[in-house]
Design a protein around this ligand. Structure first.
Ligand code: COA
Length: 200
């Protein structure tokens, strides 16, 4: 997917140093194996070292991302955004855990985070996932349809601010009456993932 920017949305403070090149498209695509160091640097910039102590990290440690759901945003060769999803079990049913999501400071507020979120949710739906969980700022994620009310019966394996523990139903009712612990899950590769990989 290619995201074309509306130049009228760019403010002077949003312009990166190479503003003359700003009108080139930002591309959302699958993360490549060589992207690891740039992705980690971006996450360090966004969240700092304490990101490794977060409760959600317990569900990611040592695991691979869900098939077709490790995305990056690229501005030319520069990695300027990242979003990953992970397979989990939410009490008695499968779900995705979304995050971390981060956009480089130099590229914020021009729609890259939203583009990553939309692409991830579309891909998740195409792969047959029915529900998505995350821990994050509700004022940002509620615009995509996430709500704390959908995770009321669920627990995470560590401390969490309930107002930041959010759910999204791809299939209406997918989180209805969900109860219990969220645990990491191993799930077979998504049938659509290889075609999504080709399309990206
Ligand atoms: C959160 C983040 C991914 C958003 O990426 P982005 O590309 O700047 O997002 P978009 O351009 O799609 O959206 C920007 C809008 O979201 C708002 N926004 C950004 N972060 C927000 C937050 N934590 N809470 C509420 N609103 C937020 C901006 O004010 C802006 O609002 P506007 O459209 O009314 O001007 C990015 O700011 C980031 O990496 N932040 C560091 C990590 C972080 O703080 N994450 C918090 C969420 S868990």
């Amino acid at each position: 997917m290619t995201l074309m920017f509306d130049p009228t949305r760019l403010s002077a403070c949003a312009l990166p140093p190479d503003a003359s090149a700003r009108l080139r498209p930002i591309v959302i695509e699958n993360e490549r194996p060589a992207d690891g160091p740039a992705r980690e640097a971006l996450l360090d910039e966004a969240f700092g070292e304490e990101r490794f102590a977060k409760t959600c990290q317990r569900l990611r440690d040592g695991r691979a991302t869900a098939e077709g759901l490790a995305l990056v945003a690229r501005d030319g060769e520069a990695l300027v955004g990242t979003l990953c999803c992970w397979n989990v079990t939410a009490g008695d049913r499968p779900a995705l855990l979304l995050g971390p999501v981060a956009v480089a400071r130099s590229h914020r507020s021009i729609g890259i985070g939203s583009a990553l979120m939309r692409e991830a949710l579309l891909r998740a739906a195409a792969c047959g996932h029915k529900a998505v969980l995350l821990v994050g700022d509700a004022p940002y994620y509620c615009r995509f349809g996430f709500a704390a009310s959908l995770t009321r019966g669920l627990d995470l394996p560590g401390p969490v601010e309930r107002a930041r523990f959010l759910g999204f139903e791809i299939t209406p009712g997918a989180l209805k009456d969900s109860k219990g612990m969220v645990t990491a899950a191993d799930v077979p590769a998504c049938k659509r993932a290889s075609s999504l990989r080709r399309a990206a």
